[in-house]
Design a protein around this ligand. Structure first.
Ligand code: HEM
Length: 504
């Protein structure tokens, strides 16, 4: 019998598959190719990893994707503790984790070898033409022109706006508490507070109230997509797809705000937000960073500020509320300082000069961010082979991720590193102050956070007004001190607080 006509029943394989020698050979060939590719994948992984700690083989194709979906602080710490440099692979992206302060600083300060890649989804969400993806001189020049948005004069104007918005939100918090005094998680209300404050500072009233709420609610979709490595395709229903829809909605309002701000400034209206300040600067013939910015470009910058600030500031603020609630002694010190600096008038707006005098609260904010840094690491890409140490060169195109957490918990610099001690920052001779290189809360190098002063000011102001106007009690649950990692860090129970108007 001709082998090509052999009945299917002669094959050991199930008879519903019409196997012929031709298909069998095709199957063998495909199998052999697959086997070779999988073996190659392991060989490449081992070749890149060399002597670094980490599994000696990687799960085919997906690698540690499952772990990256549900990251835990315990998992990160185990990885960092495995060595100064260690390796993993996710979806065939080779990743080097760097745990020491020296390695972290070297990565952040070596723009010719490594540049930030944010998370994998960032270019899809923020648009690939966004300024945050510029490198080298283009990045330096663009960033220089944006620095003018964070001068002391500009920060003074932002303080007035923030003060107004923050008080409005706390009034709502207290009204809700008056109806139901039970403790409630502050996650959602604190995130809305931050989004509303940011949008009003950046865009003033060129964005209607309802749009700030829509953006705030939908923004959660962007947060959810900020995983280290996502499912690669933005198919409907995926996290990246939803994040892109949110960006489109936000960009609509931000572009409109840029257009309205230009019209208002052309009419000679008074400057009342960051966009206005920016347009004033651009129109000033003596301004050094002279450059035209389209409405779309301005909207992308504001989007980048929201992207970079919303999760980090919410995380920082929520932990600060929790830390203060858990330490009545620190709470009392902050309140004493508030009464002193604000002359007992808690209704008067807080000025930049008053914020300057709140030295204890500033130290508290700095320390709270150190103990629970919102951003524990930032992914970078090696643009060429990067000789990170004497005996290891990170292969080109690998992800390389500096840890900030270890630098911020170094017992040499911060004795009893897990203890929250604002006093560290009040003594100029304390190692915390004499070793500033370890304070990596805002990163370092050319991509160091551009909003540091703004962020610290916003957190200090939010807490100052809260301590001046409200008492609060923490409902400690078994999840209060467990960490949820959602791009940034949050208490797993989302910090359950009960607020009442200030009594004393
Ligand atoms: C507590 C709040 C904040 C924290 C912890 C934080 C932290 C960081 C960190 C760790 C980086 C990466 C630095 C690096 O790669 O070395 C960064 C970058 C950045 N941050 Fe922040 N940030 C905060 C608030 C803000 C705010 C309020 C803004 C804007 C108003 C902002 C805008 C940016 C921008 C635009 C970048 C990218 C800068 C560049 O690539 O040149 N951040 N931030």
């Amino acid at each position: 019998m001709n082998s090509t006509t052999a009945p299917a029943s002669a094959s050991p394989l199930p008879s519903f598959m019409p196997f012929t020698p031709a298909t069998t050979s095709w199957l063998y060939t495909t199998g052999a190719i697959l086997f070779t590719l999988l073996a190659l994948e392991q060989a490449v992984y081992r070749y890149k990893k060399r002597h670094l700690p980490g599994s000696s083989w990687t799960i085919p194709i997906i690698g540690k994707f499952a772990d990256s979906l549900n990251p835990t602080m315990e998992g990160y710490k185990a990885q960092w503790n495995s060595g100064p440099l260690s390796a993993i692979s996710v979806f065939n992206i080779f990743i080097v984790m760097a745990s020491t302060t020296e390695h972290a600083r070297k990565i952040l300060n070596s723009p010719t070898y490594a540049e930030p890649c944010l998370v994998q989804s960032a270019k899809q969400v923020l648009l690939k033409e966004n300024w945050v993806f510029l490198t080298g001189k283009d990045h330096v020049d663009y960033r220089r022109s944006l620095n003018s948005l964070f001068t002391r004069k500009a920060l003074g104007m932002y303080t007035e706006i923030q003060d107004r918005i923050i008080r409005k939100h706390y009034k709502n918090w207290l009204e809700t508490a008056a109806k139901d005094a039970s403790p409630k998680p502050i996650m959602t209300v604190a995130r809305y507070l931050n989004m509303d404050t940011s949008l009003r500072v950046f865009c003033g009233y060129y964005i209607p109230d309802e749009a700030t709420k829509i953006i705030s609610d939908k923004y959660y979709d962007i947060t959810a997509a900020l995983e280290l490595v996502n499912f690669p395709l933005a198919l409907p229903g995926t996290k990246i797809y939803k994040a892109i829809q949110c960006r489109k909605e936000a960009m609509y309002w931000l572009t409109l705000a840029a257009k309205k701000s230009k019209e208002a400034m052309a009419r000679g209206d008074e400057s009342s937000c960051m966009l206005d300040e920016w347009i004033r600067n651009i129109s000033d013939p003596s301004w050094k960073g002279k450059k035209e910015f389209s409405d779309h470009e301005m909207a992308m910058v504001v989007l980048s500020f929201l992207f970079a600030s919303q999760d980090a500031m919410s995380s920082g603020l929520i932990y600060a509320f929790q830390h203060l609630a858990d330490s009545p002694e620190m709470f009392a010190k902050v309140r004493e300082e508030q009464d002193r600096v604000r002359g007992g008038d808690m209704d008067a707006p807080i000025t930049l000069e008053m914020l300057d005098s709140m030295t204890y609260l500033q130290a508290f904010v700095k320390e709270s961010l150190r103990v629970m840094p919102p951003v524990v690491m930032v992914p970078y890409t090696a643009t060429k082979p990067f000789p990170i140490s004497e005996n290891y060169t990170v292969p080109a195109n690998s992800m390389i991720i500096p840890s900030f957490y270890n630098a911020l918990h170094d017992p040499e610099v911060y004795p009893r590193p897990d203890d929250l001690k604002p006093e560290r920052w009040l003594d100029p001779k304390d190692p915390a102050n004499t070793t500033p290189k370890n304070y990596l809360v805002f990163g370092a190098g050319p991509h160091k956070c551009i909003g540091i002063e703004y962020a610290l000011m916003n957190m200090t102001l939010s807490l100052a007004i809260a301590v001046g106007a409200m008492d609060w009690k923490h409902d400690i649950t078994p999840l209060s001190y467990k960490v949820q990692i959602m791009a940034t860090l949050f208490p797993q129970d989302h910090c359950r607080l009960a607020f009442t108007p200030r009594k004393d």
